[in-house]
Design a protein around this ligand. Structure first.
Ligand SMILES: [Fe+2]
Length: 322
């Protein structure tokens, strides 16, 4: 099967896009990221990013400046409040995990930085040193997972909103008077925010399940036990292998993923081998758009459940049922 889904000539370069997964993932070749990209190439990357969710650019020996220039084509670079970077270049995160410095907090399914009112549109991560084996990154298409829900569940989730907060980062502070003060100040700076449970992609207009176990705390308007049960059920959907693309890194590979449509989880199995990566996170200052106006409690109270037999044809369908 020919997996090439696009070939484009954009001035000085000839781009090839080859799918690497069923629901997400593509390899993007024909560009040199040490050089400035023209507007057509930037647009081709943006469209492919939205369409395939995860774009891999192999064999890119790039500097931190090249990585930051790449990110700035698509928005502003964020400064992460808790990740490691240098004072001279706070936008550039450096992960250098090796014996004595194990990786932390990235092996949970999540979408980057949904604790922000405007979460980032994408993350670009470039591998510098990769372990001999292990250290893959797993991605899940939250668009495909939404499409796989039953019509009845999609209808139920439409218009709901969820509260996101700093999640595990709250546990990074030492249990000392100063640590507790810093924790309080961090939560003052990043108070809980509300996002739609189902968001609409700003480029493709596709619907996306937008809750993640790292930062989503509760669904608004529900009892805690109801919210917890529904969120856990939705998180379990994220675990289905058919919706995944597992990325195997090579040195000098840039991966640019779409934080609107994918969740990811990094495998920490390689430790204590060394794995060194550089990252920028790109924000366009957009609040996630919901698939429907936020649910009105008064309307919900009037909602009547149709007879269950009306939904015989709209039960949950897996990929092989369709
Ligand atoms: Fe992440």
């Amino acid at each position: 099967m020919d997996d090439v889904v696009g070939k484009t000539a954009t001035g000085s370069s000839s781009i090839t896009i080859r799918k690497t997964g069923v629901f997400l993932g593509a390899e993007f070749t024909g560009v040199d990221l040490t050089q400035e990209l023209d507007a057509n190439t930037q647009e081709a990357i943006l469209q492919a990013h939205a369409e395939h969710g995860v774009l891999a650019f192999p064999d890119q020996v790039i500097s931190g400046d090249d990585l930051m220039r790449f990110g700035r084509y698509f928005g502003e670079l964020t400064v992460h409040p808790f990740s490691s970077s240098t004072d001279e270049c706070p936008e550039l995160i450096i992960y250098d995990n090796k014996e004595g410095n194990p990786p932390a907090a990235t092996d949970v399914w999540h979408t980057d930085e949904t604790f922000r009112e405007c979460p980032p549109m994408g993350t670009a991560l470039c591998s510098k040193i990769v372990p001999e084996y292990g250290g893959n990154t797993n991605f899940a298409s939250m668009t495909a997972i939404y499409d796989g829900l039953s019509d009845r569940l999609q209808q139920f989730l439409s218009g709901l909103e969820a509260v996101h907060d700093l999640g595990p980062f709250k546990g990074l502070f030492p249990d000392t008077p100063e640590g507790r003060k810093d924790n309080y100040l961090a939560q003052e700076k990043y108070p809980p925010v509300t996002h739609p449970v189902i968001r609409v992609h700003s480029v493709t207009s596709k619907k996306i399940l937008f809750v993640n176990p790292q930062f989503t705390r509760t669904i608004k308007g529900m009892e805690e036990e109801e919210s917890t049960a529904i969120l856990n059920m939705l998180y379990a959907k994220t675990l289905r292998h058919e919706y995944h693309y597992r990325h195997q890194w090579q040195p000098n590979m840039l991966v640019f993923w779409d934080n609107q449509t994918v969740q990811h989880s990094a495998l920490h199995d390689y430790y204590p081998q060394r794995r060194m990566m550089e990252r920028v996170t790109i924000n366009k200052g957009e609040r996630p758009a919901g698939d429907a106006p936020a649910a009105d409690p008064a309307t919900l109270r009037k909602y009547l459940m149709p007879p269950i037999m009306d939904f015989t044809d709209s039960r949950q369908k897996r990929q092989h049922d369709k």
